[in-house]
Design a protein around this ligand. Structure first.
Ligand SMILES: CC(C)(COP(=O)(O)OP(=O)(O)OC[C@H]1O[C@@H](n2cnc3c(N)ncnc32)[C@H](O)[C@@H]1OP(=O)(O)O)[C@@H](O)C(=O)NCCC(=O)NCCS
Length: 226
């Protein structure tokens, strides 16, 4: 009986030690989660139940081994984390401070992606490549960027600081700082707090089909007005 009790105390002690260590090393990330998720009640809940935080902790460990050229172990940790959390972060990806993935499921972050500080990603976001090229082939995300649910940011492009990528946008070109981007392909609708009239924004119109649709919409509107 006393043997079982000792084992139990030992396990509880280990779990508490683990929680304390996570708090010590990840308190900034836990606070970021608390700040950015209105549903988060307290740090303990985040620590125990937020898969975005768990994926980040696993990534920090995997990245350490990746840097030490222990690629198999790094990949093993990242695959285990993917299995547990539904979030796949390649161990080679560079992730800044106070990073938070809300909800998480289906997030994919590629090997050469670089993510700045204070970045928030929602579920279903991909920071991916566009082909089979080698070298830097994934995006660089600036500081204080929010990437909405389902958005895809593809290729070796840069998203400037303080930008907001709308839900389900597909971004394939550089995004200047302080921009809001929506749609497929992603187009800037706001910059430095000012709304951009898409019809006058020739630089960021990328898709000829979209252009034709916009033309047609204008003509229909004109006809309807008589
Ligand atoms: C892009 C976003 C940040 C809105 O930014 P905003 O600057 O406030 O934009 P507005 O609401 O003024 O919309 C500007 C235009 O973009 C359109 N738009 C907004 N979000 C869009 C989106 N995700 N996809 C396509 N178009 C979008 C609006 O309809 C509007 O079009 P209009 O000018 O023709 O009327 C927001 O819509 C968004 O996508 N947030 C993501 C939130 C998210 O992922 N939450 C997950 C919670 S689980």
């Amino acid at each position: 009986m006393s043997c079982i009790l000792s084992a139990l105390y030992f396990i509880v002690g280990l779990v508490l030690l683990k929680l304390v260590l996570i708090w010590v090393f990840f308190k900034e990330d836990i606070r970021a989660a608390k700040k950015r998720d209105p549903a988060a009640r307290n740090p303990l809940e985040i620590l125990l139940l937020y898969q975005g935080l768990h994926a980040l902790i696993a990534h920090r460990i995997a990245h350490f081994f990746y840097k030490a050229h222990m690629f198999f172990l790094a990949r093993l940790i990242s695959q285990f984390s993917r299995w547990m959390t539904g979030i796949e972060i390649h161990p080679g990806a560079t992730i800044g401070n106070r990073f938070f993935i809300d909800h998480g499921m289906g997030v994919v972050i590629g090997e050469t992606a670089i993510v700045g500080d204070d970045v928030l990603l929602y579920q279903g976001v991909t920071l991916g490549g566009t082909g089979l090229e080698k070298g830097k082939r994934h995006p660089t995300i600036g500081n204080n960027v929010v990437v909405g649910t389902g958005a895809k940011i593809l290729g070796n492009i840069t998203v400037g600081d303080n930008s907001y990528i709308g839900a389900n946008a597909v971004v394939i070109r550089d995004v200047p700082a302080n921009s809001t981007v929506v749609g497929v392909p992603g187009r800037i609708t706001k910059q430095d707090g000012k709304k951009i009239d898409i019809s006058l924004d020739h630089i960021h119109i990328l898709d000829p089909i979209m252009q034709s649709i916009e033309e047609l919409e204008k003509r229909i509107e004109k006809l309807e007005k008589g």
